[in-house]
Design a protein around this ligand. Structure first.
Ligand SMILES: *Cc1c(COP(=O)(O)O)cnc(C)c1O
Length: 384
């Protein structure tokens, strides 16, 4: 063979029996088959064998299997981000003429998809009060195909009575999907509490270092997986094996990070709750959070994200000035990494409740809490 042809020979030269503690990063689009008769083309590679990199290389399938294991799911699909996970769930359950329910407190881009792509396709998504509980029954119609829960909700942190919603939904044969990102898939047992689909933005706690974007869609049983798979294939939700490898590394320290984040966050939240310029702290473990009792009943812990609501006499400009004065808390979206973050939500409104530009979301990182509290104290002192 010409040396130029040799350069392209896919057969390995080195031994392949290397066993280490790390999951290898398997890159690849094309999968090679031994002969024509063994060629297959299945999105369910865990079941049917590898067919194409689009449905994940062994690195992605390793991550999927581990997420399924810790969430107690039948199976998990890894997708490019939390928002892609939300899209996959909508498309797997809804079609033109379907009705779906989503809490007011859901992640903003979930509601944007409802008002945008889904409305254009003739799928009606209705917003509901996250605290509705068993009352959801009255909103279920003959064409209701899906009920979303997100608990606690984004920014306003309402803890939902998921078991009551599941009961009402299942009475009428409606599937329930939960955005379980806050709980990292572990602080709230989604399947133990009856949900059909649990999604996570792995971008947050599983990644844990603000350097990757991935999502997961975990399902309760084989029928749900069969419903999800073809849509996953049609949408072409490919993920990077390098990102999956980082997420697998993130899983190794997830327990330790969550343990420390819970402690640090509670300390910061309690300190803020005592400040005269803060009218409410929306942290599930504090009584001031809507649904706190449900959190106590259903969750095994809390994590690192919560919101504070300044008192009426503080202007939105002062709120901004306080946030701008923070030095350790960086200003940025997303959360779940090692750095503390703060961001003002100037436009948050819920029916009957206007937060009037005085709502701020905090994400506590792994910095020492003495330093974080000193940072908050100094920023507040500068302006009040
Ligand atoms: C961040 C987030 C998402 C979206 O995740 P991405 O990976 O950024 O697409 C979805 N749901 C919740 C609750 C989130 O916080």
């Amino acid at each position: 063979m010409d040396w130029r042809t040799k350069l392209l020979d896919p057969n390995p030269r080195a031994r392949r029996d290397y066993k280490s503690l790390a999951t290898p990063v398997y890159r690849g689009s094309t999968v090679l088959f031994d002969d024509q008769s063994s060629v297959k083309d299945s999105w369910d590679q865990a079941e049917n064998g590898y067919s194409y990199g689009l449905y994940g290389t062994p690195t992605a399938l390793e991550l999927a299997a581990r997420i399924a294991e810790i969430e107690g799911a039948h199976r998990t699909l890894i997708v490019p981000g939390g928002q892609a996970a939300i899209a996959l769930v909508y498309f797997a359950y809804c079609t033109t003429g379907s009705h779906a329910l989503v809490p007011y407190s859901a992640y903003g881009p979930n509601k944007e998809m409802a008002e945008g792509i889904l409305r254009g396709l003739g799928i009606e998504v209705e917003a509901y009060d996250p605290m509705i509980g068993a009352g959801i029954s009255d909103l279920i119609r003959s064409n209701t195909a899906l009920i979303w829960c997100e608990s606690p909700g984004s920014v306003t942190m309402e803890v939902q009575d998921v078991p009551a919603i599941v009961k009402a939904a299942h009475n009428k044969d409606v599937a329930v999907a939960l955005d379980n990102t806050y709980a990292a898939g572990v602080m709230f047992d989604a399947f133990g509490h009856g949900v059909d689909v649990s999604i996570q933005a792995l971008t947050k706690y599983v990644g844990g270092h603000s350097d990757l974007l991935l999502g997961s869609v975990s399902v309760r049983d084989a029928p749900a997986f069969e419903q999800m798979g073809p849509i996953y294939r049609q949408l072409g939700l490919a993920v990077s094996p390098d990102d999956c490898s980082l997420a697998l590394r993130g899983l190794q320290t997830l327990a330790l990070r969550l343990e420390q984040l819970e402690k640090s966050t509670l300390q910061v939240a309690h300190w803020l709750a005592d400040h005269p310029k803060i009218q409410a702290v929306f942290h599930p473990a504090l009584a001031s959070c809507p649904g706190h009792d449900v959190w106590k009943r259903d969750f095994t812990g809390s994590t690192s994200v919560f919101s504070i609501w300044f008192t009426d006499d503080v202007s939105p400009m002062q709120v901004e000035a306080v946030i701008d004065s923070l030095e350790l808390f960086q200003i940025g979206l997303s959360w779940g990494g090692v750095n503390s973050l703060a961001i003002v939500y100037p436009d948050v409104e819920r029916p009957g409740q206007d937060y009037a530009g005085r709502l701020v979301r905090l994400n506590v990182g792994l910095e020492h809490t003495d330093d974080l509290i000193r940072d908050l104290k100094s920023a507040l002192q500068t302006h009040f």
